[in-house]
Design a protein around this ligand. Structure first.
Ligand SMILES: Nc1nc2c(c(=O)[nH]1)N[C@H]1C(S)=C(S)[C@@H](COP(=O)(O)OP(=O)(O)OC[C@H]3O[C@@H](n4cnc5c(=O)[nH]c(N)nc54)[C@H](O)[C@@H]3O)O[C@H]1N2
Ligand SMILES: Nc1nc2c(c(=O)[nH]1)N[C@H]1C(S)=C(S)[C@@H](COP(=O)(O)OP(=O)(O)OC[C@H]3O[C@@H](n4cnc5c(=O)[nH]c(N)nc54)[C@H](O)[C@@H]3O)O[C@H]1N2
Ligand code: SF4
Ligand SMILES: [Mo]
Length: 740
């Protein structure tokens, strides 16, 4: 084969198009990794509408990670202190199905749960929903997206009556003012940042504002950087609103015709005068006024946000407070404007469409809505009442469920909770108590494998065919173009086989993922995320954005959805929303601050996040030389003033302690971090460094609406310690060595 394949990058939610060609091409030298394996060539797909040929270092090097440290065969063990033994798929399926049947007969399905991932393809997500929420009758399916964008989902639903980011990437090149809050776009959504940067450089009148306690590469490029204290976003946003109101930059016609609840909001923002807000946020009144002026004087304002907003105990309130600013100034439903949540994972959006959180059902439906449940039951051919009316366990509920004995089986797929969950000591203890853990991953070892009774080898990107949706609702097909290693199987096939063995033959009679997708899209008919016109066949021609109803149905569907236009790049262009009265709702929120504010014992706020080259828990990027050279070791960023007070010098070792645990890092003394705040990257789990886990320190306190944990802030103390070395010999360590 010499032809190239078009696909989508499996890392971040930008969703860049890639073009991949086989290692050996006639007349050209084969590119090999350090083990001599031939490496597929990757370049940007110039025809992809989202990325236009651009890629970042992660996408460009993805092929180098595909063959290293893969899990090849199903493995089982009776208890966590035993060694794994290789078994056939048949035996693994028998063991799993027996466990599930026993639990259904004894404790009931509510003791069964699955923790999945925004790195699933939509087909994987859909099969898992049908298996758990449909056939087993438990809503205990949650995904790592709970830790990622559930606040954005809750905020959109509360303000607009439905989930769904209303903007598109073209807006980056049409705006007059980009307001980036809680997002390090330059490192985490690099191609979105490139598009904005290029446009900003050419159009100096365009303003870029960045709100982040760190001076990130994103903040470096801004016209105005507001280095607010962590957890003061609502103060800032209400403070901007206060000034917009005072200076009469508000759009009264829009407020009157298209929104509700403005009076309650107006009452709240009255309490946020500039002097109070500036003090609270730790910024100057001038900077606050400049931000409000940039916003108020721009014809088109686009706000972008990600984890600095969502990962908060008031995450939903923060999202709604951003949306409020758009509503009060009429900045929505037009080119270059709108509240744009950037999704983190490559298919977090597909997960939302397929109902991949414990309170959702496929097609932007919710578990609590009786009509939604009835529609899905009927479609799946289940008896009425089969879908439980109760939202299932969230990711953190599964941990507490293990603690209190309510969970009898936990099935983890495409996520590495032994690194990425909050309060790791508690998480690991709970995992150790699990009666039965299935772990389905592409790589071995990972930190979570140490807690599994059954390991199932997953085929990953390049080895399975499926669909992903990016931040701008662009749907792209990722076709298989290589064989999976050993006996690895696509996630959806594993779920479907378990379904058949549980007796649901008809429900899981799919020959391929195109058939799975075809069934899934039918459930989106007449829904805000209507994609009934999309199929694998259509996507083979080109990626496409939703809404995308079947041609013949568009007008009919539009009229049923109160004439909300169902095609086009932007949502809400007719200024009608999915709420019962068609109006967008203002949310009226006072700032509540951090769940665990600093105090004399724990005087610093720790914030955590990402670096440009690494992806989360390093299962791929830790095996790519170029990336490891870029980011050789973990560190803690400390402001020079704080470092001087504690007698800490650059590169000196520091122990960071919270109420829950501790970790050690070399200090990076830098003005890039606000005084009183320290930053640690999340990428170094127990396999990759000694005691450098960010989540040894974090807490699980969550937003009451979205149930998303506040991974962005906890109180810590800093203690200088003697020098030592940190980075370990990668993947050769045993279970005992990683503390399992
Ligand atoms: N290179 C790389 N890119 C990625 C990923 C990766 O692992 N590596 N992961 C992907 C995923 S899943 C996600 S979710 C996204 C995350 O993308 P981002 O959200 O951009 O990344 P983070 O580094 O987690 O956090 C962003 C910023 O929030 C700031 N912050 C902390 N506390 C506060 C606060 O109280 N207020 C405000 N305004 N800001 C605050 C932090 O200082 C940090 O710079 O990245 C995606 N892209
Ligand atoms: N302190 C702190 N903690 C955080 C965050 C933070 O900002 N700070 N961010 C949170 C956020 S936003 C996120 S998204 C999470 C991410 O945290 P995780 O989800 O734990 O991170 P990953 O390393 O991406 O894990 C994905 C796993 O899926 C495997 N995999 C890849 N492809 C496939 C496939 O096709 N099938 C299967 N079965 N497996 C596959 C990979 O090998 C890897 O083990 O971390 C959260 N934790
Ligand atoms: S920006 Fe995101 S989607 Fe694009 S190449 Fe980089 S990691 Fe992949
Ligand atoms: Mo994420």
């Amino acid at each position: 084969m010499t032809e190239s394949t078009k696909t989508v990058c499996p890392y971040c939610g930008v969703g860049c198009g890639l073009e991949v060609s086989p290692p050996a091409q006639l007349g050209k030298a084969t590119h090999r990794d350090s083990h001599g394996n031939p490496i597929w060539r990757v370049r940007g797909d110039k025809a992809h509408p989202s990325s236009q040929g651009m890629v970042c270092v992660k996408g460009a090097t993805i092929a180098e990670s595909l063959d290293k440290n893969r899990l090849h065969y199903p493995m089982v063990r009776d208890s966590l202190d035993r060694e794994f033994r290789r078994v056939s798929w048949d035996e693994a399926f028998d063991i799993i199905v027996n466990r599930i049947q026993t639990l259904r007969l004894t404790t009931g399905s509510e003791a069964i749960c699955m923790y999945g991932s925004g790195q699933f393809q939509t087909e994987d997500y859909y099969m898992a929903q049908k298996l758990l929420k449909g056939c087993l009758g438990t809503n205990n399916f949650d995904a790592n997206s709970r830790l990622c964008m559930s606040s954005a989902v809750a905020g959109y639903i509360q303000s607009f009556g439905s989930d769904g980011p209303p903007c598109c990437y073209e807006d980056l090149e049409l705006t007059d003012c980009a307001f980036l809050i809680g997002t390090n776009t330059a490192e985490c959504h690099p191609i979105i940042f490139n598009r904005l940067e290029k446009y900003h450089k050419k159009n100096r009148k365009v303003k870029v504002i960045v709100v982040d306690p760190r001076r990130t590469p994103t903040a470096e490029a801004a016209d105005l950087h507001l280095a607010i204290r962590p957890g003061t976003d609502i103060d800032l946003l209400n403070g901007i609103a206060h000034l917009l109101m005072r200076w009469n930059y508000i759009d009264t016609a829009f407020i009157d015709d298209c929104t509700s609840n403005f009076p309650a909001y107006a009452e709240v923002i009255r309490h946020y005068p500039p002097e109070v807000v500036a003090r609270q946020c730790g910024i100057s009144v001038e900077d606050l006024e400049t931000a409000a002026r940039y916003w108020g004087q721009s014809n088109r304002v686009l706000s972008l946000w990600s984890m600095g907003v969502n990962q908060s105990s008031e995450g939903t309130a923060k999202v709604r407070t951003i949306i409020n600013l758009h509503l009060m100034t009429g900045q929505i439903g037009k080119p270059g404007a709108g509240p744009f949540s950037l999704t983190g994972q490559p298919n977090a959006m597909g997960g939302r469409e397929a109902g991949g959180l414990s309170h959702l059902l496929p097609g932007y439906r919710v578990v609590k809505n009786p009509q939604h449940r009835a529609e899905v039951e009927e479609f799946w051919g289940l008896k009425p009442g089969q879908i439980s009316p109760n939202p299932g366990m969230t990711a953190w509920d599964m941990i507490t469920g293990l603690e209190n004995g309510n969970v009898g089986l936990v099935w983890v797929a495409a996520t590495n909770p032994a690194v990425s969950m909050p309060d790791l000591e508690r998480t690991k203890k709970a995992l150790l108590r699990s009666p039965f853990t299935i772990y389905q991953d592409a790589y071995y070892p990972t930190e979570t494998a140490a807690y599994a009774h059954v390991l199932l080898p997953a085929a990953q990107w390049s080895e399975k065919t499926g669909v992903m949706t990016n931040s701008e609702r662009m749907v792209t097909l990722g076709p298989a173009f290589r064989q999976p290693p050993g006996e690895a199987k696509p996630d959806w096939e594993i779920f479907a086989e378990v379904g058949r063995r549980l007796g649901y033959h008809k429900e899981f009679a799919f020959a391929n993922s195109a058939e799975v997708y075809a069934e899934f899209v039918k459930l989106t008919g007449d829904r805000p995320c209507d994609m009934t016109g999309i199929s694998h066949q259509l996507l083979q021609q080109s990626p496409t954005q939703w809404p995308h109803p079947q041609e013949r149905g568009i007008e009919e569907v539009e009229s049923r959805l109160s004439r909300i236009p169902l095609q086009g790049k932007r949502l809400y262009t007719n200024l009608r929303f999915h709420t019962p009265d068609g109006r967008a709702r203002f949310g009226a929120y006072h700032s509540r601050g951090l769940a665990e504010p600093p105090d004399p014992n724990y005087p610093f706020v720790l914030t955590t996040g990402r670096l440009y080259g690494h992806w989360h828990t390093q299962t791929r990027t830790g095996r790519i030389e170029k990336i490891c050279q870029m980011h050789p070791e973990p560190f803690v960023e400390i402001h020079p003033r704080d470092a001087a007070k504690l007698g800490i010098t650059d590169s000196q070792w520091v122990e960071v302690r919270s109420r829950r645990g501790k970790a050690r890092f070399p200090a990076k003394v830098t003005k890039a971090i606000a005084p009183g705040t320290v930053f640690v990257p999340m990428h170094w789990g127990a396999l990759w460094a000694e005691n450098a886990e960010a989540n040894a320190l974090t807490h699980p306190e969550s937003c009451p609406d979205s149930l998303q944990p506040e991974l962005k802030a906890c109180a810590v103390q800093l203690v200088p310690v003697a020098a030592e070395s940190v980075v370990t010999d990668k993947t050769t360590r045993t279970r005992a060595e990683i503390g399992a």
